[in-house]
Design a protein around this ligand. Structure first.
Ligand SMILES: Nc1ncnc2c1ncn2[C@@H]1O[C@H](COP(=O)(O)OP(=O)(O)OP(=O)(O)O)[C@@H](O)[C@H]1O
Ligand SMILES: [Mg+2]
Length: 239
């Protein structure tokens, strides 16, 4: 079996906010068709990696490529058109809009006719959503809102879906449903996933590869299964 190629690569990336440097020489890659997880303590720079990959922060040093092309200078909207979609931490849905309107917003860069087709196709993956299309999204449960956020992202037809802490605030049962759905989206739709998670043991059950960030640097990276089996390392990292 040949190894999957890298679809997203960050090479010696520095960035930060204002004058404050947050990432220091980050090298990271997401393999096409795989699930790559980024773990690490609060403030390590996990969200910052996704933000700079989506063009929401300037690149101070290094390079970022997607499907072989340099992303330098590409706006977030241009990155969406190239196939990169980002679900930020915490803000899941447009609470005032109904579920259908939320989903349609995932396709603002697509022709109108195609948006309706994409929404219909995505709804087949989320059987709990069709009965709720007219419901105001802010009145959905946390788990339902997370499903809408993932569904909306899929309407944009991503090749790479970047998810920032999709488990935030979800109960264990609901969290399992969300992780199962992310795994299903990856394995059945072939969407590459780059996921930031603090629920380390849980994310290791779906990830292929994992990066651990500490103080804005990659502390280590390895196959997810290798870390899942290394009880001593897990304990050292998170207890
Ligand atoms: N908008 C901002 N302005 C200034 N500093 C910021 C901003 N956002 C994040 N930071 C700082 O950058 C560092 C990394 O933040 P980041 O959000 O990437 O961490 P994280 O690993 O995602 O943490 P968490 O697990 O808490 O979400 C932190 O020190 C944080 O205070
Ligand atoms: Mg974060």
């Amino acid at each position: 079996m040949t190894e999957a190629p890298d679809i997203l690569t960050l090479t010696t990336v520095d960035t930060g906010y204002g004058k404050k440097q947050v990432l220091f020489g980050v090298d990271l890659a997401a393999k096409a068709g795989k699930i790559t997880a980024i773990i690490g303590p609060n403030g390590a720079g996990k969200s910052t990696v996704l933000k700079v990959a989506h063009g929401l922060l300037p690149l101070w040093r290094g390079s970022i490529t997607f499907a072989g092309a340099d992303l330098n200078g590409a706006s977030p909207a241009q990155r969406v058109r190239r196939g990169i979609t980002f679900c930020p931490q915490g803000n899941r849905v447009f609470g005032e809009l109904n579920v259908r309107e939320n989903l349609e917003l995932g396709g603002t860069h697509l022709p109108k006719k195609e948006v309706a087709d994409r929404v219909a196709a995505v709804l087949e993956l989320f059987p709990q959503l069709p009965p709720r299309l007219k419901q105001t999204a802010g009145t959905l449960s946390g788990g339902e809102q997370q499903m809408v956020a993932i569904a909306r992202a899929l309407v944009s037809k991503p090749k790479l879906l970047m998810l920032d802490e999709p488990s935030l605030g979800l109960s264990p049962n609901v969290l399992k449903d969300v992780f199962d759905k992310i795994f299903e989206v990856n394995r059945t739709q072939g969407v590459t996933i780059l996921i930031v998670e603090q629920k380390v043991r849980k994310v290791l059950t779906i990830a292929d590869h994992v990066y651990s960030l500490k103080l804005g640097k990659v502390a280590f990276s390895c196959p997810a299964a290798a870390l899942a089996d290394n009880k001593a390392k897990l304990k050292e990292l998170f207890l």
